[in-house]
Design a protein around this ligand. Sequence first.
Ligand code: ZN
Length: 437
Amino acid sequence: MFSFRGGLLLVVALLVLMTTLWWAQGTTPAEALALRQAAVIRTAYTLPPDKLKPAQELFRARTALHFVGEGWGILQLVLLLALGVPARLRNVAENFTKNRWGQGFVFAFLFLLTITLLNAPLRVYGHHVAVAYGLSVQGWGSWVWDQAKGFLLTWFVGSLLMMVLFWVIRRSPKHWWFWFWIPTMAAVLFGVFISPIVVDPLFNKFQPLQQRNPALVAQLEKVVARSGVSLPPDRMFFMQASQKVTSLNAYVTGFGPSKRLVLWDTTIAAATPDELSGVFGHELGHYALHHIVRGLLFTAVLLLVAFFVGHRMTHWLLSRYGARWRIRSQNDWAFVAVLALVLNALNFVSEPIDNAFSRSIEHAADVYGQEAIHGIVADPQTTTQRGFQRLGETSLDDPAPHPFVDFWTSSHPSIADRAAFAAAYNPWADGRHPKYF
Ligand SMILES: [Zn+2]
């Protein structure tokens, strides 16, 4: 159906389209002014010396964990392939049963277990750091149990997707990258839809916010009314995060009938009602500005590019190293390791693109949130800035993260940038106009 050039054209056209949509969001004069002012305000978010030092240490530890983790994720696959491990796991799976489904689930289990064990030391260290700096209060038993649940879930979903992948590869050896993209996107959509109902409750306890805190719901309803978004109280949830973490958070998730807004109990306990309105306004912004749909579209394009490039690169790797790695063809269970290697490498390269997109969405939600509480909260600028100060203090956020690390790894603008923007953003002054209201 597609030639190489046709596929390349399709991928490039989609990338261009995505970039256009992304930039078409535009910046209002009031927003641009605040962004310029925020760039020079360095006092909107600060930490006292007793918190600054651990915050800087934590930033370094996390940065190391992040990059070492990604590097190790790629290196371990190269080593495993060079040692012929995936081929051996394939042999075990093939000797275990003649049944293809059985083979697939056995291979996926062994492969995933190998990867999980290789990554375990870094994961353990990561949790140790979170506990040492007081960000996590989760005991090791509970932590291991969460890891086990995550493993089983990944094994189950991953095996099913892998079965589909090989089915597609056998039917369309040259264009599987396109045909596999369709069921993958269907799985992503279904995953986003079903996660809040089926997956999230496996890890945390949720309750309707109305049940836990009706007074808060009444106050948040004021923000909802101003926004014009339809968000009935039964779409607001309370999450018991304090059993595991001390940090603050709120998020929107799901779509259609599963779409919802979740506030962590830690946030409700720590923030003032006005600050909570600000946090809520930000989350409502994700809702009102269709960020879940935009995120899904973005993922769809990136995945298509990744599969296309993945197809070319795995093809080249197999022709060059297939014999040495003892992988017979792309229709070999062990091929999954080659694909994982390429996708891991692509994931690393696309990380800054992904994060730049995420930051643009988060900034838009910040603008929306601050505008949404105008007229409801006495001073949206100070309220929002104080909210960021509190958020930064509880999560020990470095006020001056290294710009390169921030650019490469951050899904949100830094707390310092967000606080400075909040302090500077006042579209109601001097005849300027709000962006969304
Ligand atoms: Zn957000």
